[in-house]
Design a protein around this ligand. Structure first.
Ligand SMILES: O=c1[nH]cnc2c1ncn2[C@@H]1O[C@H](CO)[C@@H](O)[C@H]1O
Ligand SMILES: [Zn+2]
Length: 365
């Protein structure tokens, strides 16, 4: 059965993406163009093929901190309104062409102020770009909805301000909040006031936790901060013991995560690059799927990881022999976990996802 799940077919099924960074998804040619327009001279090369390879190689170091250094170049060329509009529009177009029908794209407004834009102007430029990209995709027959998550950098001190920004723009495209950046040494509780504020505002947030640091980070994100979802959360496997005879022992935190159906925004290729997993075959998505955690599959950074959502699914199909049923399960899991009103989630599941998979499944029989 699995030999029928080619990339071409996987691209055709309706997919849902919850964890993807705007500044981790630029087209290499766009980086070169924007660098030239803005006089940014720090790029390692202006040859697009070499630049593509450079991002991939420089990100595959086994260290999250080194991985994050590559963002200096993408953020470096995203400092004007036009640049942000272009990058956001192309992001929506690229995802739509990959068969993504619903995406939540995150970025950190505080990283885009060097050209003199205000936080509000940064958010407005990105929202405008998503709108343009969605319209251009529709002209080509691809329908996509794109929501935005505002990220605060965990080493910085602007999380409360960014949380307020997210609430201010909640009715015009911003769906939630996140914190990202180096994890070790920057526990989520540093930003407790931002999370408490968001909860009082009935707002949604996810936290990068359990990627480069283990269970204490996940525990704080859930039990101190009240995160709705976990960005990665992959180290939850440290709280699970599997024995050769098929018996499984789960610690209290892993049980909580599974029982509460806490969504895990898993990003397999990214984890291999940062050393959070040793290979796709060894990635904890295997046991976490088998144990029926609320697993979702994501790209994290399409540029740095040289991937797409279709690409991530194809790698999982190869490594774990997954079929349409598993891919549909990941997709429905993601849609259920989106920061979109319940009725809209339901209508995407019943109106697009299930019929889309059914069509492809029949075609494979
Ligand atoms: O996998 C990740 N873990 C933690 N932080 C990340 C990851 N990918 C990207 N960013 C950080 O998020 C910022 C806003 O999009 C990026 O600039 C990068 O520093
Ligand atoms: Zn991420």
């Amino acid at each position: 059965m699995s030999e029928k799940l080619t990339e071409e077919r996987i691209r055709q099924v309706p997919k849902v993406l919850l964890h993807d960074h705007l500044d981790g998804g630029l087209r290499p040619q766009t980086i070169v163009d924007l660098a030239e327009e803005s006089g940014y001279t720090e790029l390692p090369t202006t040859n697009t093929d070499e630049l593509t390879a450079w991002f991939h190689g420089a990100s595959h170091t086994g260290s999250l901190e080194r991985f994050l250094e590559t963002f200096g170049h993408t953020v470096g060329v995203m400092q004007t309104r036009q640049a942000l509009v272009r990058v956001a529009a192309e992001c929506a177009e690229d995802l739509a062409a990959d068969g993504v029908i619903y995406a939540e794209i995150r970025f950190a407004p505080e990283l885009h102020l060097d050209g003199g834009l205000s936080l509000d102007q940064v958010v407005e430029a990105v929202l405008e770009g998503f709108g343009q990209g969605r319209d251009r995709a529709a002209e080509r027959g691809h329908s996509i909805r794109v929501g935005t998550l505002l990220t605060a950098m965990r080493h910085a001190a602007r999380s409360r301000e960014i949380a307020q920004l997210a609430v201010r723009y909640r009715d015009v495209g911003v769906l939630g909040f996140d914190i990202a950046g180096a994890e070790a040494g920057y526990p989520p509780t540093r930003h407790l006031d931002a999370f408490e504020y968001l909860r009082r505002e009935n707002a949604h947030f996810t936290i990068h936790a359990g990627e480069a640091f283990g269970l204490p980070s996940i525990w704080e994100a859930l039990q101190w901060c009240g995160a709705d979802r976990l960005g990665h959360g992959v180290r939850i496997v440290d709280d699970i013991e599997e024995f050769g005879d098929g018996k499984v022992h789960m610690g209290r935190l892993a049980s909580y995560v599974r029982d509460q159906r806490v969504p895990l925004e898993l990003c397999p290729s990214s984890n291999v690059q940062t050393g959070a997993a040793s290979s796709i075959e060894e990635h904890p998505i295997g046991p976490l799927t088998r144990l029926r955690f609320r697993v979702t599959v994501n790209t994290d950074n399409r540029l740095q990881s040289g991937t797409s959502l279709t690409g991530e699914f194809a790698k999982l199909v190869d490594a774990f022999d997954y079929g349409w049923d598993e891919l549909q399960w990941f997709t429905v899991n993601a849609m259920k976990s989106a920061f979109l009103p319940f009725d809209e989630r339901l209508s995407l599941i019943n109106g697009q996802i299930k019929p889309g998979f059914a069509r492809l499944k029949w075609a494979s029989d």
